[in-house]
Design a protein around this ligand. Structure first.
Ligand code: ZN
Length: 241
């Protein structure tokens, strides 16, 4: 029959395992959420970049249309000039051709600028798409692995909680409450071994008389220095030599 302190030491191992696994689940869920968020953010960025490219492409098409129209008009006016016989009409037509030349020049300059912007926006979309593909792949691969791990951990946690609750019932209520209080106040370490007369929780030497009491393992004794529950294991004592 295990003594209460031995049961408490086992209970603490379970609590530590549960703590580690619960934290791993929280971290895993956080990582999955971060992966999803990264894909969502990049998808939004891809949408914005495509919108910018669409606006610039429409602008390019509009300029190309206007330039083609101006060039056609200019060609038409030049043809007409060859048929004009009167000086006044010739002057008007020539001025019109000059104005059209100016207009096509302005349109060409603007078109070159917009084409450069379209090229830049296209490169940007390609870069964002490549990063989105990488993030999507990363999410799919890592999230599926994480989901497997999380499912396994959740099953283990459930099983361990059931075992823990059964074990906890074999411990005296007051003692269990005391253990839980120390556990929460002392950084998840309530039951500590005494090795070579030294408390492994706070590294203080335990008074010899108390050490003798602890070795009998009959009652739960607290470390006078850190107030943790002291536990003595024969094989532990030998191992530490
Ligand atoms: Zn101590």
């Amino acid at each position: 029959m295990a003594t209460q302190i031995e049961v408490l030491a086992t209970l603490q191992l379970m609590d530590q395992s549960l703590y580690t696994k619960t934290r791993a689940v929280a971290e895993g869920e956080g990582r999955v959420a971060a992966l999803e968020e990264a894909v969502r953010g990049q998808t939004a960025a891809a949408g914005t970049a495509r919108g910018e490219l669409a606006v610039l492409s429409a602008r390019q098409r509009d300029l190309e249309g206007r330039l083609a129209a101006a060039e056609a008009k200019m060609k038409d006016r030049r043809m007409r000039i060859t048929r004009i016989r009167n000086d006044k009409d010739l002057g008007v037509a020539k001025r019109e051709v000059e104005l059209l030349k100016e207009e096509t020049g302005t349109l060409e300059t603007e078109l070159v600028l917009v084409m450069e912007q379209v090229e830049g926006a296209t490169t940007k979309v390609q870069g964002i798409d490549a990063e989105l593909a990488r993030l999507t792949e990363e999410h799919e691969r890592e999230a599926s692995e994480l989901r497997d791990t999380l499912a396994r951990l959740s099953t283990e946690i459930e099983r361990e909680r059931a075992t823990r609750s059964q074990l906890a019932q074999t411990i005296d209520d007051d003692l269990r409450r005391k253990y839980e209080m120390i556990l929460s106040r002392r950084g998840g370490l309530a039951v500590v071994e005494v090795r070579s007369g030294i408390c492994q929780g706070c590294r203080m030497r335990v008074p010899p008389q108390l050490f003798n009491q602890i070795q009998r393992n009959e009652e739960v004794i607290l470390c006078p220095s850190c107030q943790r529950m002291l536990f003595w294991r024969a094989e532990g004592e030998e191992a530490s030599g």
